[in-house]
Structures are given as C-alpha cells and as structure tokens.
Design a protein around this ligand. Structure first.
Ligand SMILES: CC(C)(COP(=O)(O)OP(=O)(O)OC[C@H]1O[C@@H](n2cnc3c(N)ncnc32)[C@H](O)[C@@H]1OP(=O)(O)O)[C@@H](O)C(=O)NCCC(=O)NCCS
Length: 161
C-alpha cells in the first residue's frame, strides 16, 4: 500500500497494493479494496464503496451512495451525483440536516469504464463491462457491455470490448 504524504486517509479498510496519490482525501467508513490506484485531488466520502483493482484518475469525487465494483476505470473529472432534488434549506427556511434528504444509490458494475468529464445522475446502475463516453450525461441505467455516449447518453454500440 502507498499513501502519498499529502493525502488525508481516515478510512480503516484499504486493501493491499492500493496507491493513493497527492492531495486526495478519503473519509472514514469507506471501504477500498486491493490494488486500486486513486489519483491526485480526489475526494471519497463516508458511505462510498470501492472494490478491487479499480483505477480512479485525477480530480474525482466519489460520494456517499456510490458503489464502484471490481476492475472499474473512472476517467478524470467524472461527476457523480447523489441528490436528485438538492436544496440548501427545507420549506420552512431552516438549513437542511442529515435526515432531510434522500441519497439515491449509484452502482458502477464490474469492469465498466467511465470516460472523462461524464456526469452520472443518481439512482442509476452502469452495467458490468459498459463504457460511458467522455462528456456524456448518464440519466438511466446502462446495459451490461453497452457503449453509451452523448447527453442524454444513448447506446452507440453493444458487445464486449
Ligand atoms: C464512446 C467511445 C468509447 C466510442 O468510441 P468508439 O467505439 O471508437 O466509437 P466511434 O468513435 O466510432 O463513435 C461512435 C459514434 O458515437 C459518437 N461518439 C463517440 N464518442 C462520443 C462522446 N464521447 N460523446 C458523444 N458522442 C460520441 C461518434 O461521433 C459516433 O457517432 P456517429 O456514428 O453518428 O458518427 C469514445 O469516443 C469515448 O468517449 N471514450 C472515452 C475516452 C476517455 O474518456 N478516456 C478516459 C481518460 S484517457
């Protein structure tokens, strides 16, 4: 395991062989498997889960409710979302608390890849082996092994690659 001296790592479980690079912050209650490579300037929030042999390039934020399965590739600057209808305050004008919002889980299936700068709306499952094109906006589930691209993301190809 390698943790760069500038990284802040509060998680208790990090698998063998995982590398975490400069200025990345991993909160507590996060599970990260073995042989992962997490690039610079990333943030992994409490409640996120990362499997084994996952590559996460620079500048990614992995929020509560996001599950990344084994062998996934996340390109740089992918935007995950976990709150579909965000508000700073509730209807009576008070600041929202931890119980005032609903986190919609997102799953990135085994050996899927997400191209750089894609936005992944919450509550979706990206199927195993799927590939999301750079800059796409994923609003619905992506079938296993499909290649999707565009805004909203649509299937452009199917089959293993
Ligand atoms: C989506 C992707 C995998 C498709 O690659 P491909 O299988 O070689 O497919 P093609 O280039 O033949 O494109 C197929 C169609 O999708 C379109 N397309 C490809 N990538 C697109 C994208 N990111 N957004 C919107 N449309 C895209 C092409 O214009 C083409 O449309 P057409 O049939 O109307 O001409 C690839 O373009 C891509 O975005 N890869 C991600 C790269 C990346 O971010 N890497 C991570 C860091 S290095």
């Amino acid at each position: 395991m390698f943790i760069h001296p500038t990284a802040i790592v509060e998680a208790r479980h990090i698998g063998a062989g995982t590398r975490i690079w400069a200025y990345t912050h991993v909160m507590g209650d996060v599970s990260i498997g073995s042989d992962c490579n997490i690039g610079e300037h990333c943030f992994v929030e409490t409640g996120a889960s990362i499997g084994n042999q996952v590559t996460i390039k620079n500048g990614n934020m992995i929020w509560e409710g996001v599950t990344i399965e084994d062998n996934v590739f996340i390109g740089h600057g992918v935007m995950f979302i976990n709150d579909r209808l965000p508000r700073a305050t509730n209807e009576s004008g008070e600041l929202k608390g931890a119980d005032d919002w609903s986190c919609e889980p997102t799953v990135v299936g085994k050996r899927a890849s997400i191209g750089s700068n894609a936005t992944i709306l919450c509550g979706v499952t990206i199927g195993a082996g799927a590939l999301v094109g750079a800059g796409s906006v994923v609003t619905k589930d992506v079938p296993a092994n499909a290649i999707v691209a565009g805004n909203p993301a649509r299937v452009v190809k199917r089959g293993k690659s």
